[in-house]
Ligand binder design. Structure first.
Ligand code: SAH
Length: 402
């Protein structure tokens, strides 16, 4: 047991507004600074704190963060508990149990811990073969990093652990705890090859986007494989060609990867080379701004377009502009589809909800002729989303009439 994690008489106690009490009771994991009514004293980064309700009854144990507008992240509600070693190990085991049976030996990369959604707020843990990538979105983990690494070693026995930090906590991590991004246990190269549904791909675990790859689109990639037979496929915002390899395996006639980043397209080329069977499908890459290319580029048409742009609404104020951008992207894609063609459109903007995104795509579809919705999807089971702000991923497939 770590002595700093043991509730003591001096445990920081918090009172919140009546409304926030209700929100916590319903299971929401965040308490914003402006809903804190009273604190026994100022707390430190990552300090354990307890919320008591208006009758002075224990309501929640959580992690305090004086630097973030999300001042308190809920760990537990119900009866008082100690956040000791057993508590954390049980959290890790519960996250493992949630994913048990989801993957067979053809897949050795997935999310082990999805932050708040697995009761470990602000912390994401992804697996790429035997390498773990730990991404911290909150400074509350910095004071307990060494302790947590020991838990990860005990429960997952990885060959390496790579630490990634969200940009807003990098300075404090270095200045106060001497912690920086990189491989912090064992050893690994930047590029780690893994299997996803039997397809080999690389993750750039030390320097890449997110934790090195977009694991969250795995199930949508499989859905695209089912749609690709005999089609000329455009993968817009292709990144390392994940959707393209699935489309190739699904029998696509040709594949075109479109991305602004040479780095991403080079990775796509390496991923093709890792899967020699893919060489049978003609493959072309275009390095260009996809917004511009789709709207004004060469007159080319396709039978299947996957459009998975980066997040367009990182802040609430970006929301309206993002919805308009999704509409014009969908419109530009639909115009490039041949009769009977399929659009698979995705959004990873947390501030645009599913109704807004699907509405924008459907509205664009209505202008381009009758369409049939084939399917829509949100979060894969290894990326659970248990509260509204966690629901960022949306994907829809439409077919134009022939
Ligand atoms: N669909 C991918 C993930 C896409 S991530 C997968 O399943 O793996 C978003 C990609 O969009 C990144 O590769 C980034 O380089 C690219 N990108 C960002 N802005 C772009 C733009 N304006 N035009 C084309 N590509 C862009």
């Amino acid at each position: 047991m770590n002595p700093t994690d043991t509730p003591r008489p001096s445990l920081l106690r918090i009172r919140v507004t009546a409304k926030t009490e209700g929100i916590i009771r319903k299971g929401h994991p965040w308490v914003y600074s402006d809903s804190i009514a009273y604190l026994t004293r100022e707390g430190d980064i990552g300090e354990l704190a307890a919320i008591y309700d208006k009758n002075d009854k224990f309501l929640a144990l959580g992690l305090f963060d004086p630097l973030s507008p999300i001042r308190f992240r809920v760990l537990h509600t119900g009866k008082p508990v100690r956040a000791d070693r057993d508590f954390w190990i049980n959290r890790l085991r519960a996250a493992k149990a949630t994913r048990s049976g989801l993957f067979d030996e053809r897949t050795n990369a997935h999310r082990w811990i999805s932050g708040e959604n697995d009761g470990v707020p602000g912390l994401v843990l992804d697996r790429y073969d035997s390498v773990l990538v730990l991404k911290l979105y909150s400074a509350v983990w910095l004071p307990r990093l060494t302790e947590f690494l020991e838990y990860l070693q005990a429960e997952f026995a990885p060959t390496a652990i790579v630490l990634r930090l969200s940009r807003n906590i990098q300075d404090i991590a270095l200045s106060r705890w001497g912690v920086a991004e990189g491989c912090i246990a064992g050893a690994t190269e930047n590029l780690v090859v893994f299997r996803e549904n039997g397809i080999l791909m690389e993750a750039e675990v030390i320097k890449g986007q997110k934790t090195g790859f977009y694991l969250d689109q795995r199930d949508n990639r499989s859905r695209v494989e089912q749609l690709a037979k005999g089609r000329d496929v455009l993968n817009a915002f292709s990144f390392s060609g994940g959707f393209s390899l699935y489309a190739a395996r699904g029998g696509a006639r040709s594949i075109t990867d479109l991305d602004i980043s040479k780095h991403a397209l080079d990775s796509a080329a390496r991923n093709y080379a890792l899967n020699p069977w893919a060489a049978a499908t003609p493959h072309e890459t275009i390095q260009a701004d996809a917004f511009e290319w789709l709207a004004n580029g060469p007159k080319r048409s396709f039978d299947l377009i996957v459009c998975d742009p980066p997040s367009m609404a990182k802040r609430e104020t970006d929301r309206a502009g993002a919805i308009r951008a999704y509409h014009s992207l969908a419109d530009a894609c639909l115009r490039r589809l041949r009769p009977g063609g399929i659009l698979v459109a995705a959004s990873c903007s947390a501030h645009v909800n599913d109704g807004e995104f699907f509405g924008a795509v459907m509205d664009a579809a209505a202008k381009n002729g009758p369409v049939t919705e084939l399917w829509s999807a949100d979060h894969a089971p290894d990326h659970p989303a248990t509260f509204p702000e966690a629901k960022y991923l949306k994907c829809v497939a439409l077919r134009l009439s022939a």
